[in-house]
Design a protein around this ligand. Structure first.
Ligand code: G2I
Length: 509
């Protein structure tokens, strides 16, 4: 093996971290508030890295799910819809509908897309395995060429070959390996490079996160490919971890040895499963593992980013594959952040130790619209606050603003708390006007609290609010700044939250 170090430089490399952070803020729209700085992607971007999530087409109509997917993450990977069985189910018949829905979502949310995956032994339609050996290379090259060409410009990095190794580091048997031996890997990489010279090309596998036989095999392979001048930009480490199996051995050192070859490294499918039921100890270990992965990536300059294999337990692959196991993700089945989320955020520099009053970046507002009519004489926002940090927040320090326009009629208001799971007697509410009227916001409903605490991980639960003008004239809510159409709770960046009067969540109009 050659000791020559190569430097195929990444486009992201060399961009100052702050510029990348500013770029990410520009992409996510608007000015930076403390709360935006708290999203995982914006925090990661300040280190010159991305923070992403896998997703899948059946999940996108879930409005609460896709709201967080679109706001918290700067990169997405399709969990299934760019695999061979989806993109070329019959030979020569390509279907990009599902993959296009993913790239469209990403474009709408300023996210990059990792293409997953071109050449893999699994989720391979039967026709590939049935081909005579002599035809497999042409079929593979055609598949890679068509798919990469279709997604040119929309997919920035590809898992060109997925899971080429067995656990002991020998090459896995597949129709490709049977037909071409190990040459199939270089052939696939060359075809992908020819189809999109700008895409970053990766080999991706699991159980190669730490030092060991399997990662040694990957190291040998990529070293040889680089020696031969094969186009290869990086190694993807899936990182499907489990609390019962311990943390990968010397993960940072392992990542560094690949980086030292001149390659990028990406954490591509991170999750940390456990035997159910979850308990405090397992949940704490899980948070530690997530934190350690982030720390390892931050410590390795050429670790370009981290993707979680979906962000919520609601859509995890784990329970169906490992019966009795689960709870592997950053958010629970109700889309509320778990301690692992706080651990990741803290590791990214989000801070969990703001001292008295709690961690500003940890407080977030969620909103749902309980008003079926946007044109009647009442506005009915339902809100809840979630403390994703590690310190208790005193609610008497917290205020929340829902921004709207008064439209015609009276400019005096009545406000109501119709129901709240923490009781309405401690919830204060009033309408006020900003010093300068803004588009979609010449007034706001301000909500406060007489007392109470929000413990780490806790939510206030629903607070149902309502307001009307004293002359009961109608509103046109459709252009109101904070108005949304979602009927289930989702993070709402257009609801602003203040701690001790300082903005901590959301974007003011
Ligand atoms: O198995 C976890 C991941 C390991 N690394 C490669 C990834 O591509 C893989 O992802 C998972 C998807 O998250 C699952 O959603 O790959 C599985 C299949 O190998 C996916 O599961 C399959 C189900 O097994 C099928 O029954 C189902 O038709 O998803 C298919 C599409 O929903």
């Amino acid at each position: 093996m050659s000791s020559v170090k190569r430097c195929r430089s990444s486009r992201a490399r060399g961009i100052p971290a702050l510029l990348v952070g500013a770029l990410a803020l520009a992409l996510t729209g608007g000015s930076a508030t403390a709360a935006q700085q708290g999203t995982l992607h914006v925090l990661a971007a300040a280190h010159g890295k991305y923070f992403g999530s896998a997703t899948d087409n059946p999940e996108l109509p879930d409005a609460a799910y896709s709201a967080t997917l679109g706001s918290e993450f700067g990169q997405i990977t399709p969990g299934n819809s760019m695999k061979w069985d989806a993109t070329e189910p019959a030979q020569g018949r390509f279907d990009f509908a599902k993959g296009d829905a993913i790239t469209d979502f990403a474009a709408q949310h300023g996210q990059t897309v990792r293409g997953h995956t071109l050449v893999w032994h699994s989720q391979l339609p039967n026709w590939v395995g049935a081909l005579p050996s002599a035809q497999v290379e042409a079929a593979m090259t055609h598949h890679v060429t068509e798919v990469v060409t279709h997604y040119r410009g929309a997919v920035t990095a590809w898992d060109v070959v997925n899971e080429p190794f067995n656990e002991d580091g020998t090459f896995r048997t597949s129709p490709f390996h049977t037909a071409m031996g190990t040459d199939y890997i270089a052939t696939a990489l060359r075809a992908a490079h020819a189809a999109d010279p700008d895409a970053k090309l990766y080999l991706n596998d699991y159980n190669i996160e730490g030092l060991g036989a399997k990662s040694d095999a990957m190291y040998e392979l990529v070293s040889e490919l680089l020696d031969e001048g094969v186009p290869l930009d990086g190694v993807g480490m899936q990182a499907h971890l489990a609390v019962q199996y311990g943390f990968p051995y010397q993960m940072q050192a392992n990542m560094q040895r690949f980086a030292d070859l001149g390659l990028d490294v990406a954490i591509t499918e991170l999750d940390v499963r456990m035997q159910l039921p979850a308990d405090a100890a397992k949940t704490a270990t899980q948070a530690t593992y997530y934190r350690q992965v982030v720390e390892a990536c931050l410590a390795v300059e050429h670790c370009v980013g981290i993707t979680v294999w979906d962000y919520t337990d609601k859509y995890s692959w784990v329970p169906s594959t490992f019966p009795g196991q689960g709870a592997a993700n950053l958010y629970d089945e109700n889309l509320l952040p778990k301690p692992a989320y706080s651990a990741v955020r803290t590791a990214l520099g989000g801070g969990d130790d703001a001292g008295e009053g709690g961690d500003p970046g940890a407080l977030r507002a969620q909103y749902r619209n309980s008003d079926s009519s946007a044109g009647d004489n009442q506005i009915k926002p339902s809100l809840q606050l979630v403390n994703t940090g590690g310190t208790t927040i005193s609610l008497s320090d917290v205020t929340v603003r829902y921004w709207f326009t008064s439209d015609d009629g009276a400019s005096t208001y009545s406000t109501w708390c119709d129901w709240s799971s923490i009781g309405c007697s401690d919830v204060t509410h009033r309408v006020a006007a900003p010093s300068t009227p803004k588009a979609g916001a010449d007034h706001y409903l301000e909500v406060g609290f007489g007392g109470g605490n929000l413990a780490p991980g806790a939510a206030t639960g629903e607070i149902q609010l309502r307001l009307n003008k004293t002359d009961w004239s109608a509103f046109d809510e459709s252009d109101d700044y904070s108005h949304g159409s979602g009927t289930s709770y989702a993070d709402a960046s257009k609801i602003t939250v203040y701690l001790g009067g300082e903005p901590v969540w959301g974007i003011e109009p």
